[in-house]
Design a binder for this molecule. Structure first.
Ligand SMILES: C[S@@+](CC[C@H](N)C(=O)[O-])C[C@H]1O[C@@H](n2cnc3c(N)ncnc32)[C@H](O)[C@@H]1O
Length: 262
């Protein structure tokens, strides 16, 4: 029951209120002639979450948000997308942290889906420099601690999750290519990682599948990287209004023009 209530709160209360609060912060800073230090200028088009899913309700597990987790509104959206993926397909998450998103994806997705979640261990060497402010998310006590909490009570859910370790810029993603109905990119926020994680996400997502990125408009490397990609490839990346999520669905390729064979 409480999972439903937090789901309703996340998408129908928290999300619209965070839009109002953002507008208010911008307005009051302008009134006081202050610069908006942490509110970045964003240029991707915004759409409502309702344009991306037919679901109108999600359930939320592990509702309390730690420093490093996505917001409850963003988690509601992600869970709604997970609810409608094809059964038996893969979901890939880059960036496990405490496992809050992983366990939610496992509860929300159809029974035969597999959730793969990749995390960096603190002692691992990285290909590129991480951002200073994200070191605490790497140096946590244990990766995926929230998944472990369900080991006894919800064995079948925990069994859906495969925990992987490595640096996303060096990890071999090839066995997941063209198999994922959902890829969630929430690893390092450094520009180089955004680019390399996105390149792999594009290869992993199958036709009809979705990629969701977190922290657009919050971490400079993410914002810059996603806007550059959109300017270059015109893929149709969109920001989900009142969130820091960017959304993209891989469409069927357009049928070839066959007039020449008529
Ligand atoms: C923002 S947290 C993820 C939060 C999580 N999605 C949630 O809300 O529950 C980022 C995670 O990415 C991991 N990470 C950072 N750099 C990485 C890298 N190069 N390769 C793999 N994982 C990385 C960090 O260890 C951390 O666990």
């Amino acid at each position: 029951m409480k999972e439903y209530l937090y789901g309703i709160y996340g998408i129908w209360i928290y999300l619209p209120l965070s839009g109002v609060s953002r507008k208010w912060r911008r307005f009051s800073k302008r009134l006081r002639g202050r610069k908006e230090s942490h509110l970045q200028q964003i240029n991707l088009p915004c759409i409502s979450w309702k344009q991306c899913t037919n679901n109108r309700m999600a359930r939320i597990w592990e509702h309390d948000q730690a420093n490093g987790n996505i917001r409850i509104s963003e988690l509601s959206f992600l869970n709604m997308i997970a609810q409608e993926v094809d059964d038996g397909t893969n979901i890939f998450e880059i960036g496990t942290f405490d496992g809050r998103t992983s366990i939610n994806l496992a509860f929300s997705s159809p029974d035969a889906c597999n959730i793969f979640t990749l995390d960096l261990k603190p002692e691992m060497d990285t290909e590129y420099a991480l951002e200073k402010g994200e070191r605490h998310m790497v140096e946590k006590k244990s990766s995926g601690a929230r998944i472990d909490k369900y080991r006894k009570t919800d064995k079948s859910i925990v069994k859906k999750i495969d925990r992987l370790f490595g640096d996303s810029a060096k990890f071999d993603f090839s066995s997941y290519y063209d198999s994922c109905s959902l890829v969630f990119v929430d690893g390092s926020h450094a520009y180089e990682y955004l680019l390399s994680d996105t390149e792999e996400a594009m290869k992993m997502v199958k036709t009809g599948g979705v990629i969701v990125w977190h922290d657009y408009g919050i971490w400079e490397g993410v914002t810059k990287g996603l806007e550059e990609i959109e300017n270059k490839y015109k893929m149709g990346l969109v920001n989900i209004s009142n969130t820091s999520l960017v959304y993209w669905r891989k469409k069927q390729p357009e049928p070839k023009d066959r007039t020449d064979s008529v």
